[in-house]
Design a protein around this ligand. Sequence first.
Ligand SMILES: NC(=O)c1ccc[n+]([C@@H]2O[C@H](COP(=O)([O-])OP(=O)(O)OC[C@H]3O[C@@H](n4cnc5c(N)ncnc54)[C@H](OP(=O)(O)O)[C@@H]3O)[C@@H](O)[C@H]2O)c1
Length: 312
Amino acid sequence: MRPSEPSPSPDAGVSLAPVLALLVLAWAAAAPMHLSAQDGVAPTPGQQVVLVTGSTSGLGREVALRMGARGAHVIVHGRNRERGMEVVEEINAGPGSARLYSADFASFEEVRTLGDAILRDYDRLDVLVNNAGFGSAPNERLVSEDGHEFRFQVNYLSPFLLTHRLLPLIRSSAPARIVNISSLAQSPIDWEDVMIEKDFSGGRAYGQSKLAQIAHTLDLHEALAGVGVMVNALHPATYMPTGMVARAGVEPRSTIDEGADAVMQLIVSDEIEGGQFFNGLRPQRAHAQAYDEDSRRRLRELSRSLTGEGAL
Ligand SMILES: NC(=O)c1ccc[n+]([C@@H]2O[C@H](COP(=O)([O-])OP(=O)(O)OC[C@H]3O[C@@H](n4cnc5c(N)ncnc54)[C@H](OP(=O)(O)O)[C@@H]3O)[C@@H](O)[C@H]2O)c1
């Protein structure tokens, strides 16, 4: 599903054309425009543009709403149209604006189409928040549409693909930021069995995908040194009351607000530097494998060969 543009003005005949042109101009100047729930609202010139993947629920939804409340244009993403349009509608009722794009991260084709749609529809992307994710439950080995271990693709390979597809736009929008929503749950990648065919557990698959996100964060930080794109990763908060925590049957231990505060710091604070992993609001060392040069090279090569993206 792609966002619909504001409806073109009806063909009112030659005599009404100048009046209609003036009306359209006045309408375009009124920012933000409040259209029906099924329409997205395009950004106005100069408006900050933010993509929050997985913003139809949980942490991503809260970050999208907060950015909208600050006046940004938010590209809302997810698979669930109804929940997505609720977020879009709420943002469009305030100082910001939003449009909904849908793509299943279990499909590289859908992620490529999403990236291409954003490149087509936007001339800037100030902030990319790679938030969409699938948790450790069910404790079952699932396979993506492209035949890869499901969490590795949804949580890591697809964000890798999307980020690299959008990188020219992000670079040209500098100063810009990329925030990768990772986790304290980090499991080392077994290079003999990356797709976890043996000794599978949902927790291990989730943790491996989250470690890969951090390794990619460090790679991007190094590759983008000096171009004005800040890249960080974080564990937002522990067991927030979101969809994936409910599915795991775990009692929440923190609030979505706490997690959103930590994400917002990485989006807006002038006090932080890039190339770091944060536990909430504070920098922390991630799993050792994320810093291991050989592992990072192997992960880069594998990710490039599986996604066809990633040349820097
Ligand atoms: N909850 C926690 O305590 C916690 C702790 C550490 C890290 N995190 C991380 O925080 C991020 C947000 O998770 P959450 O806790 O807010 O969970 P959530 O409520 O389950 O939200 C997950 C979001 O990701 C999207 N998503 C899931 N599978 C997708 C797929 N195949 N394709 C496209 N989008 C997909 C969902 O969209 P649809 O439903 O519309 O598909 C939804 O918007 C994740 O990266 C997670 O790993 C969470």
